[in-house]
Design a protein around this ligand. Structure first.
Ligand code: ATP
Ligand code: LTN
Length: 332
């Protein structure tokens, strides 16, 4: 029998998950478990590249696990784990730092954005982050890495690092492909459709989190920035706000852009924004209910973490041992 293809991805517990995290990443993970061998983790090692309050980081990491499950990732069928529970990530991360070039790391747009936003804390981890991300990925030899558009550059760098290593030492890593959704790959802030909806920008007034109550979601959509055309038409160049709302509506309802244009033909933006808000409330309702139920069962969540870290650690250590041997470390 053919072996199943492998899929892997992670999200930093650096803020409450948003509609962007869901539509750009998590939704693309679910319903794949029959077809793929899937690994999904909470990237806590990555979260500390930006200063975090310890109690918040701990709470969000567990909440994120509950949300993964609530979004449809069955822990019996997917390996769910906390990154820091599998030491091989940090270990391979160090090795790959030595195969990632200063020039390459300097070109990463996430580094440039985050250093502009955190000018008082441009630490080494923020800079070498993509080498750790390459380790996260390559440890599991995945075929696909489902991410939003903003992470494509990091997955491409991962491929370059893997190719470089394979070229020097012989085939060690499988070369993974980014797997980016057709609709929802880049959800923009409702307040500023020029910028990505981000979970760690506390001051982003245009963010919708997965746990926002219906009245907050409706308020966010009613306030969403549009334009003065009064015409629901998909034009991401000239009508960024409206196109972003159409993307969200399409992702939430499965409707196509031409169908949405016909549905709101001749209507004012108010009616359109209300419809998008209501669709999002319905999309998130079951996820919110299930998250709350799971968070009340701490023992279950702890057992998921423990089993996940064991399964992930077993696979990750196989790759790590191979790498250590290839670079010339003495066996223990
Ligand atoms: P932060 O704001 O802390 O940098 P983030 O919100 O960008 O975080 P990540 O942990 O960096 O979230 O990303 C998790 C996953 O969700 C990634 O695959 C990323 O591409 C995707 N993602 C995040 N925000 C969006 C968005 N606005 N639209 C589409 N996908 C997104
Ligand atoms: N860098 C990603 C989060 C992340 C990730 C990964 C995604 C860390 N490790 C491995 C996919 C695979 C981010 O900032 N969104």
């Amino acid at each position: 029998m053919d072996e199943k293809k492998v899929m892997l991805s992670g999200i930093k517990p650096s803020g409450d998950l948003t509609l962007g995290s869901y539509l750009g990443a998590i939704r693309n993970w679910s319903a794949r478990a029959e077809e793929f061998d899937c690994y999904y983790f909470m990237a806590d090692l990555h979260a500390i590249t930006v200063r975090q309050k310890p109690a918040d980081l701990r709470r969000r990491t567990i909440e994120q696990l509950a949300q993964y499950i609530a979004c449809g990732l069955d822990p019996e069928k997917n390996t769910l784990f906390i990154q820091s529970h599998v030491p091989a990530h940090a270990e391979l991360g160090w090795v790959l730092n030595c195969y990632a070039m200063f020039g390459e790391l300097s070109r990463m747009t996430q580094f440039k954005d985050k250093s502009a936003k955190n000018a008082d804390n441009i630490n080494g981890g923020l800079f070498t982050y993509p080498a750790l991300m390459a380790a996260d990925i390559l440890l599991y030899q995945p075929d696909y890495v489902p991410v939003g558009e903003d992470q494509k550059q990091h997955v491409e760098l991962t491929r370059d690092i893997a190719n470089r290593f394979n070229h020097i030492y012989g085939d060690t890593f499988k070369i993974p492909e980014p797997y980016i959704p057709k609709v929802g790959a880049r959800i923009m802030s409702l307040a500023n459709p020029e910028a990505k909806m981000s979970k760690s920008e506390d001051d982003d007034p245009g963010r919708v989190t997965l746990m926002d109550p219906p009245e907050v979601i409706m308020r966010q959509f009613k306030r969403a920035v549009t334009d003065c055309d009064a015409c629901v038409r998909y034009d991401p160049e000239n009508k960024k706000g409206v196109s972003n709302l159409m993307t969200i509506y399409a992702a939430a309802t499965g409707k196509t852009f031409p169908e949405i244009e016909r549905e709101f033909d001749g209507q004012l933006y108010g009616a359109f924004k209300t419809a998008v808000g209501e669709a999002v409330v319905e999309l998130l309702r079951p996820i919110q209910e299930e998250t709350k139920r799971l968070l009340a069962d701490k023992a279950y969540l702890e057992s998921v973490c423990k089993n996940g870290a064991e399964k992930a650690g077993y696979i990750a250590n196989k790759t790590l041992r191979k790498v250590y041997k290839r670079v010339g470390f003495v066996a223990r």
